[in-house]
Design a protein. Structure first.
Length: 149
């Protein structure tokens, strides 16, 4: 993996993680996939699970408060989404940064991280590689522990 790609991912995560910590509705942030397990290639996208008490506000582009997801994505340098697709308890919002790096935000509610029982899709995501970025309630830590062999 070229060092400039890793640096760009680090810079993005360094913007995202503190921003998440300022949002009362966000209950967890998990880096998953190849970057989480240290096996990213130049064509790898950055896969993130964002858990919130208000998933709908991240899945629509209008909000009563006037702060839309598009505005939030702009704050993070994500631009407009390229694709939105539902995957069970998670809805993917895929973005392409100006550099071409793809970021897939999997947005869902806290129930995605439940451990009794662990959803089979959640287990696959976590066992494929997971690194906790923000977990004030320790729900993601419990999930990762539960999914370890």
């Amino acid at each position: 993996m070229p060092p400039e790609c890793l640096a760009e991912v680090r810079e993005f995560l360094d913007r995202l993680t503190p921003w998440v910590a300022t949002r009362e509705d966000i209950v967890g942030l998990l880096l998953v996939g190849s970057y989480a397990r240290g096996a990213a290639r130049p064509d790898s996208d950055v896969d993130i699970v964002l858990l919130t008490s208000d998933p709908a506000s991240y899945l629509t582009d209008t909000a009563e408060s006037g702060s839309t997801w598009t505005d939030r994505a702009g704050e993070l340098g994500l631009g407009r989404p390229v694709r939105t697709r539902a995957w069970g308890l998670i809805t993917e919002r895929r973005h392409t940064l100006a550099s071409g790096l793809e970021v897939e935000l999997g947005i869902g509610g806290p129930q995605w991280a439940r451990t009794d029982p662990v959803d089979p899709g959640t287990r696959r995501v976590v066992t494929d590689g997971a690194r906790t970025l923000y977990d004030p309630r320790r729900a993601l830590a419990a999930l990762v522990r539960r999914c370890r062999p």
